[in-house]
Design a protein around this ligand. Structure first.
Ligand SMILES: *[C@@H]1O[C@H](CO)[C@@H](O)[C@H](O)[C@H]1NC(C)=O
Ligand SMILES: *[C@@H]1O[C@H](CO)[C@@H](O)[C@H](O)[C@H]1NC(C)=O
Ligand SMILES: *[C@@H]1O[C@H](CO)[C@@H](O)[C@H](O)[C@H]1NC(C)=O
Ligand SMILES: *[C@@H]1O[C@H](CO)[C@@H](O)[C@H](O)[C@H]1NC(C)=O
Ligand SMILES: *[C@@H]1O[C@H](CO)[C@@H](O)[C@H](O)[C@H]1NC(C)=O
Ligand SMILES: *[C@@H]1O[C@H](CO)[C@@H](O)[C@H](O)[C@H]1NC(C)=O
Length: 654
């Protein structure tokens, strides 16, 4: 037994030694980072990533004995530059990339990451279509726009608006975001009336924006969702302000591009702030924590107070931390950092001048990816862990309202419980929060500095009118009649009902009445109804009776002038003569009844006539007694006087 234990102990030691020799940690691990240096997100991310690398290298708990070295490349949000810079990374033997920042670049280099097995930890790509099936090495450490659009749809639904206009930048980021918005609206029976795509180049000319805005002005909805890049967004708001579209009646909902700018360059220049008064803005929600507060304090020293921290800075910091923890686990599990040549690139590269064979495949990529996805940590952005479909758990957004020189927090949206004024992290701890009691959002100061909720639509100037046929009646003018001296104006009960119904609709319906008939006699209603099917009218208003024939070709409203349901049945007069009392039974029944009485009388006579004086006398009298007895059994009235009984009987009969 002792020997066995010693054997186990030795083998355990050996295996431990073995492993250590095999997984010798490198002194330096190279990671890359791709983002747009000139953008607001990029500027903040650069400082945050540097700081995170510094923290990893100085923290003995993470990756002890190994240092991170990060190299950064500017993709400038161009697919081409992103691809070139990514290629340059791949020949440097890096184990992971922080970034990219733009969806366009993400779509490009994710293919490369798949092939060369380098995990991408993107802190700012919110494009919802980056599927983990197609791009397994793409890890999103921020929240997908799917949730942001869900939040916007919730807001639109909450205020009871039905239709919105989407202004977006026409590239992967904007297009896929708006597609998600469309889906989320559709699931609430709302819709996008008009999608206005803008050129993705930052140097969009003013005329293009102006034309788009004028087109929007002529439409019915007054709710505009704007999902673009920063500079483009401010350019749109500037022109909108010029056109008076930042005033009363309009609602603008901006996605997180605006909150990033509001956070980072606070205060915003006065002329910019002036153009975005009353706008609703979404910002990814990050729970408050001591760690976060401390980081904000540190930030002032780091950035030299020139640039304030925004949410994406926090995501960038957490991405580096996540990669470090993933690597830590990777090394602990005995992983090696080794690279091998890509078989296909090896042959391809030699045939041309491009140095393609220099690109190497990270052998431990798959294991590292698993370690990263399995990591659970609490970072600056709260609990960082992934659902099976690779999105971050507990997505939530802040909803803010630009008012005066600052912003007001009017509520939150969380995937768990929708809109509320309660912090999402408090709601996530509850099983099923009772949302019926708390207010969903605080008051908003809408564009035009008003507290009243905009209606959300106007009568459009160029909308198609509904053609409504109206009979030119000669009689019963109370129902419909033309107002004297006008062509298309009508009055009457039917018109009043119709107008009231149209006014109840939550959107505008422009209507044009078209008279039908010659005005000398009542027109044929059947023919008028038929004109709906031929397309001459979109509908008909009038005292049109609902008959079977007509219901087959058109839909009728509920009857609004009805006499109620009536059943019509044939009627036959019954005669009530002296013999009416016989009617309950038929003849046979009466005969049987009579026979029964007679039978009873005879039986009683047989039993009684020897002893009872009543049953004595001449045969004629005895017969009468038998008959009388059977007759009177009906009334148990043998004791009554015969006259009295007869009276009874006669009264009963008649
Ligand atoms: C980034 O792109 C813009 C226009 O797309 C260009 O003006 C600028 O020079 C580019 N910057 C870099 C560093 O490539
Ligand atoms: C680590 O690298 C060594 C060669 O350097 C190799 O023999 C070993 O199998 C590698 N271990 C893992 C887990 O890949
Ligand atoms: C990979 O390719 C480089 C350059 O083409 C070559 O020097 C090296 O030996 C190759 N390595 C392997 C493992 O094939
Ligand atoms: C968001 O909510 C839906 C429905 O409740 C759920 O199916 C989904 O998993 C949630 N997403 C996340 C990331 O928690
Ligand atoms: C929520 O609270 C309201 C008022 O307190 C109560 O009437 C309602 O039953 C509660 N709903 C649930 C699901 O607990
Ligand atoms: C309505 O019914 C009549 C006969 O009762 C028929 O002649 C006529 O074609 C029908 N009209 C329509 C529109 O079905």
């Amino acid at each position: 037994m002792k020997q066995l234990w010693t054997f186990f102990f030795l083998s355990f030691l050996c295996s431990g030694l073995f492993r250590r020799t095999h997984s010798e940690k490198p002194k330096v691990v190279k990671i890359g980072s791709i983002f747009s240096f000139d953008s607001v997100i990029g500027k903040v991310a650069k400082i945050a990533i540097d700081e995170a690398v510094k923290d990893v290298n100085s923290n003995p708990d993470i990756l002890s004995g190994t240092k991170f070295s990060v190299s950064m490349q500017n993709s400038n949000c161009s697919g081409f530059m992103g691809m070139v810079e990514a290629l340059r990374f791949m020949e440097k033997d890096i184990v992971g990339i922080i970034g990219p920042q733009c969806s366009v670049v993400a779509h490009m280099i994710s293919h490369m990451a798949n092939e060369l097995r380098v995990p991408l930890l993107s802190f700012a790509v919110t494009d919802p279509v980056m599927s983990p099936l197609q791009f397994p090495y793409f890890i999103r450490t921020t929240q997908s726009d799917l949730y942001q659009m869900d939040a916007i749809a919730s807001i639109v639904d909450f205020y009871g608006w039905k239709e919105v206009i989407a202004v977006f930048v026409d590239d992967d980021f904007g297009r896929n975001g708006v597609a998600a918005l469309n889906d989320k609206l559709a699931s609430r029976r709302l819709r996008i009336t008009y999608k206005a795509g803008l050129h993705p180049d930052t140097a969009v000319n003013k005329n293009e924006i102006m034309n788009m805005l004028i087109k929007i002005m002529l439409l019915q909805p007054r709710i505009v969702v704007i999902h673009v890049y920063s500079e483009l967004g401010f350019a749109v708001f500037k022109e909108a302000k010029y056109l008076g579209m930042m005033g009363n009646g309009y609602v603008w909902i901006a996605t997180d591009w605006l909150s990033t700018n509001l956070d980072s360059s606070s205060p915003l220049p006065a002329e910019r702030l002036e153009t975005i008064q009353g706008v609703l803005v979404l910002r990814p929600h990050t729970p408050d924590s001591d760690f976060k507060r401390e980081f904000f304090k540190r930030w002032r020293k780091m950035s030299g107070a020139s640039l304030a921290l925004n949410t994406y800075g926090l995501y960038a910091y957490d991405s580096v931390m996540l990669l470090a923890r993933g690597l830590d686990k990777f090394f602990k599990d005995g992983g090696n950092i080794s690279f091998s040549n890509h078989s296909m690139l090896n042959t391809l590269g030699k045939s041309g001048n491009l140095n393609l064979e220099a690109m190497t495949v990270f052998d431990g990529g798959e294991a590292l990816l698993k370690d990263i996805l399995g990591t659970r940590m609490v970072g600056l952005t709260g609990q960082l862990q992934f659902t099976p479909d690779r999105s971050r758990t507990r997505p939530a957004y802040d909803i803010i309202n630009v008012a005066g020189t600052g912003v007001r927090q009017i509520g939150y949206w969380s995937n768990h419980s929708g809109l509320s004024t309660v912090l999402p992290e408090l709601l996530y701890t509850k099983e099923k929060p009772n949302m019926s009691t708390s207010p969903k959002l605080r008051h908003v100061i809408w564009p035009g500095e008003t507290f009243t909720k905009p209606r959300g639509w106007v009568f459009s100037n160029n909308g198609k009118e509904l053609k409504i046929g109206v009979p030119l009646r000669v009689s019963y003018k109370e129902f419909v009649s033309q107002i004297r001296g006008t062509e298309n104006m009508f009055k009457g009960f039917c018109i009043d009902v119709f107008t009231a119904a149209v006014n109840l609709l939550p959107y505008a319906v422009p209507v044009k009445f078209i008279p039908y008939g010659n005005g000398k006699e009542n027109p044929s209603y059947t023919h008028m109804v038929e004109m709906i099917t031929t397309g001459n009218f979109d509908g008909v208003v009038g005292d049109v009776a609902i008959v079977t024939n007509r219901t087959k070709i058109v839909d009728f409203t509920q009857p609004y002038a009805a006499s109620g349901l009536v059943v019509v049945a044939p009627f036959k007069k019954l005669n009530s003569g002296a013999w009416a009392f016989l009617r309950p039974f038929n003849r046979l029944m009466w005969a049987v009844t009579g026979c029964c009485f007679l039978f009873v009388g005879i039986v009683v006579w047989i039993l009684e006539h020897r002893t009872n004086d009543e049953f004595r006398g001449p045969p004629k009298r005895q017969c009468v007694t038998i008959l009388w007895f059977s007759f009177s059994t009906m009334f148990f009235a043998h004791s009554m006087s015969k006259e009295n009984l007869l009276c009874h009987w006669l009264l009963f009969g008649f």
